[in-house]
Design a protein around this ligand. Structure first.
Ligand code: GDP
Ligand code: K
Ligand code: MG
Length: 297
């Protein structure tokens, strides 16, 4: 393990059937992929979380990018673009066995306006002739300046570890947003945290960035048949704290009410939810703080 732990959000985009789900399942394992399907935010769906000793990559889906052309196009394009500009990197996946189609082109056209690094991932190389690879890549590369190009096979795994290793190196220094053991042993901690985070994003109208973290601290005691859940919302700046709390606590109260309803539905029992908001400047870099808040690193 290296000194610097890295973490970040990576958007994975591509038209249907290029192999996005296959790729996620290979890296994350079915259990977590299925579980996190419940953990949707309004704009971004967490597809899966990859964690190793050096880095954590949170893969997000971008709903707008898959929409067909209609009167909502402009709005959806804007939503997708704002997502793209919030993540740390974008994987644009194409299929090596298919010609470039309108679906691929549509996505690439949107990516032209994005300032974050875009990687071209050519999937299904197990099924193509090597001579066909370069001409295909050129069709994309002459239109967009990719940070790197990775030919992979999501199905068989070729080049996937190499791609991950390079991707990790481009991520910023940061904590394990999601504790690895809780993901596997206590998925409900993670799902509950994500539900709360989703409500924050919903109610703050995108003013609070993805760096907001929700740490579920306790969730095992029952008082009067109500499960006691305590969670801390961690933000980096005073302004973000004010937004999350809202006028006379209106936002945090609404976050609590909406979250509790969904958590009760999810867990099938009555819940008493307590929320705190804490500011930790540059908390992503502060290891002492992360230990206090239950992160592993
Ligand atoms: P998605 O719609 O982008 O999520 O694509 P899927 O992951 O559902 O994959 C679509 C189809 O492509 C499925 O039949 C997969 O088995 C197949 N597929 C995905 N990755 C690969 C690959 O690396 N090689 C080959 N030969 N087929 C693949
Ligand atoms: K599919
Ligand atoms: Mg899929």
């Amino acid at each position: 393990m290296t000194d610097t732990y890295r973490s970040g959000f990576v958007a994975i985009v591509g038209r249907p059937n290029v192999g996005k789900s296959t790729f996620m399942n290979r890296m994350i394992g079915e259990k977590i992929a299925i579980m996190s399907a419940k953990a949707q935010t309004t704009r971004n769906k967490i597809q899966g979380i990859y964690t190793d000793e050096n880095a954590q990559i949170v893969f997000v889906d971008t709903p707008g990018i898959h929409k067909p052309h209609n009167e909502l196009d402009e709005y959806m394009d804007q939503a997708a673009l704002s997502t793209f500009n919030e993540v740390d990197a974008i994987l644009f996946m194409i299929s090596g066995v298919d010609k470039k189609g309108p679906g691929d082109q549509y996505i690439m056209d949107q990516l032209k306006n994005v300032k974050k690094p875009v990687y071209l991932v050519v999937n299904k190389i197990d099924a193509i002739h090597p001579d066909d690879l370069l001409p295909l890549i050129e069709q994309y590369r002459h239109e967009l300046d990719f940070k790197a190009v990775y030919p992979i096979s999501a199905l068989e795994g070729n080049n996937v570890p190499e791609m991950l290793a390079e991707l990790e190196q481009t991520l910023p220094e940061g904590p394990q947003y999601y504790p690895e053991d809780q993901l596997t042993d206590h998925p409900e901690y993670f799902v509950v945290g994500e539900l709360i985070r989703e409500k924050i994003l919903e109610l703050t109208h995108e003013e609070v960035p993805h760096s907001v973290a929700v740490v579920v601290e306790r969730m095992n005691e029952r008082v009067n048949d109500k499960l006691q859940i305590e969670a801390t919302i961690v933000v980096e700046r005073d302004g973000q704290k004010r937004i999350v709390i809202g006028q006379k606590g209106a936002i945090i109260k609404a976050v609590g009410i909406r979250s509790r309803r969904e958590i009760e539905a999810l867990l099938g029992e009555k819940v008493n939810l307590k929320l705190w908001v804490k500011i930790q400047k540059n908390w992503r870099d502060n290891n002492q703080y992360l230990r206090e808040f239950g992160y592993n690193k």
